[in-house]
Write a protein that binds this ligand. Structure first.
Ligand code: ADP
Length: 489
């Protein structure tokens, strides 16, 4: 908007008309005082100021405008009918004005000057606005930097308080923070703790995970600088996301050495105990068979019944000890698999036959579904039969109200899938993965049903060694389906 300041109404009227005809917005004031009041309230791009006014003259008004920050940068064009002398013009410029036009006003000249000043002032205002918004942005960035720094400091303080070794890595995988405990195992922030010669290389393992954008979890032995001992640690490095992109990584080493020692002692005890139990049990089994043959008991007599019961119990004990021995073999990496081309259908039939013979016939109904895998593929017959018997025994054991079991087989160009479905108690979803862990039993069923929680652990190891997959789907109180797959080659 342009402000015209003149004590003469006629002058104001003709100037106003002239400017409005060129689409300028115009405001007017009759005196210097009124102009000052308006200029302090409104934003003007240009002031056209009459020099000769009663009271304050134009130069005085311009000087006062120059003293206020709001008005000091507004360009002024002085209008005067009389003072064309050089000294007056100089005064006009000195008092802060930008140009000088004499009366009678040449409309074309005035309009040219107005347009130039108006545009200049518009650009100035635009630049000021940009400057302001830049200032605000810089301020905002500075503030968010400060708040980010205080968040990071807080996070580092938390990591410092952890009982574990803790560290962070940037998105390129370079360590950029370590807590105090790090230095018990490394001399420098840049170097990962030294691992035991047989263990995996931390840097290489992490690089592989980082490229896939996946977390790393690893049990490894790292060297304590002071004692020189290698202690078992659980290393975890997890990505921290900023939206969908990985911002950085947070890692911890948790000392599990004592836990590992206790576990090893327990494994050692299990291994010794199962081996020691096996020998007398084999003798008991042989002597009972001998006794049975020597006594030649009438099959219907109570004594013959007792002998059968003793033999059943010996078999149960034998299979329990067999399982314990398998666990210690797995721990020592000695569970051997003898793969040779075998017929899977025959193994399935054998397993079902064994189950039917060892269970009450009205307690078990086993149905077959799907295409029969009557083909030769490489696997260990004894171990795969062990897996099937385990699945079938569990299906019957954990279905006290329903005697139906379905064995489904499926063959395609990649492999064979065998599933065993029951309609029993089922397993809650969050416990399903854990059933393949050593000694894990679902709490709800462990009191009601006997077991040691190692059958499925052995099954998963057997299938793993065949490079197959193992898993389950289950709904509590509706039933479960356990499956395994074997590759054709
Ligand atoms: P065990 O049966 O000797 O306890 P397993 O390793 O065979 O040991 O099974 C582990 C646990 O998984 C069992 O204790 C049981 O809680 C659960 N489980 C296994 N099979 C089934 C099934 N078919 N239905 C429901 N729960 C099952």
């Amino acid at each position: 908007m342009i402000l015209i300041v003149d004590d003469n109404e006629n002058n104001i009227y003709s100037l106003k008309k002239l400017l409005e005809s060129k689409n300028f917005l115009v405001d007017t004031a009759n005196s210097g005082e009124e102009a000052l009041g308006k200029a302090l309230k409104n934003d003007y791009a240009l002031i056209i100021l009459d020099v000769q006014m009663p009271g304050m003259d134009g130069f005085e008004v311009a000087e006062i405008f120059a003293g206020y920050s709001k008005t000091k940068d507004i360009p002024i064009i002085f209008l005067s009918a009389v003072n064309t002398e050089k000294r007056f013009i100089t005064k006009g410029y000195a008092s802060g004005g930008k140009d000088y036009v004499t009366k009678p006003v040449d409309p074309e000249i005035l309009l040219l000057k107005v347009k130039t000043f108006y545009n200049l002032q518009e650009q100035n205002l635009e630049m000021k606005k940009t400057q302001e918004s830049l200032k605000l942005e810089v301020k905002g960035r500075r503030e968010s930097q400060v708040s980010m720094k205080s968040k990071i400091d807080h996070f580092h303080l938390l990591l410092e308080g952890l009982p574990q070794i803790a560290f962070t890595l940037n998105e390129e995988g370079i360590v950029d923070f370590v807590n105090g405990r790090w230095y018990q195992y490394s001399t420098s922030e840049q170097v990962f703790p030294e691992t035991y010669q047989d263990d995996l290389d931390i840097k290489a393992e992490f690089e592989a995970c980082r490229k896939k954008g996946k977390a790393l979890e690893l049990e490894t032995r790292i060297k304590n600088i002071e004692s020189g001992d290698y202690r078992y640690h659980l290393l975890r490095i997890s990505p921290v996301y900023d939206g969908v992109a990985i911002k950085n990584w947070v890692g911890t080493f948790t000392d599990i050495d004592d836990q590992k020692k206790v576990e090893n002692e327990k494994d050692e005890f299990l291994s010794i105990a199962s081996h020691e139990l096996k020998t007398p049990l084999t003798s008991i089994k042989a002597y009972v068979q001998l006794l049975d043959r020597k006594l030649k008991l009438d099959k219907n007599s109570a004594e013959a019944g007792y002998v059968t019961k003793v033999q059943d119990q010996i078999e149960k004990l034998n299979s329990l000890i067999g399982d314990l021995l398998d666990v210690s073999k797995i721990e020592n990496g000695k569970l051997k698999i003898n793969k040779k081309p075998s017929n899977l259908e025959k193994v399935i039939e054998n397993a079902i036959e064994t189950i039917i013979q060892t269970h009450d016939e009205d307690k078990v109904k086993i149905k077959r579904h799907g295409q029969k895998p009557d083909i030769l593929i490489p696997f260990d017959e004894i171990r795969i039969e062990q897996v099937l018997i385990n699945f079938l025994t569990n299906a019957i054991k954990y279905s006290p109200e329903n005697n139906q079991v379905i064995v489904t087989t499926f063959v395609d160009e990649e492999g064979v899938k065998v599933s065993v479905t029951d309609f029993g108690i089922g397993i809650p979803e969050f416990k399903q993965k854990a059933v393949f862990q050593k000694f894990y039993r679902v709490e709800e069923s462990s009191l009601q049903f006997q077991g040691m929680g190692i059958g499925l652990y052995i099954c998963s190891e057997i299938i793993k060694q065949h490079r197959g997959t193992i898993g389950l789907s289950s709904i509590p109180n509706e039933g479960s389906t356990f499956y395994f797959t074997l590759p054709l080659n």
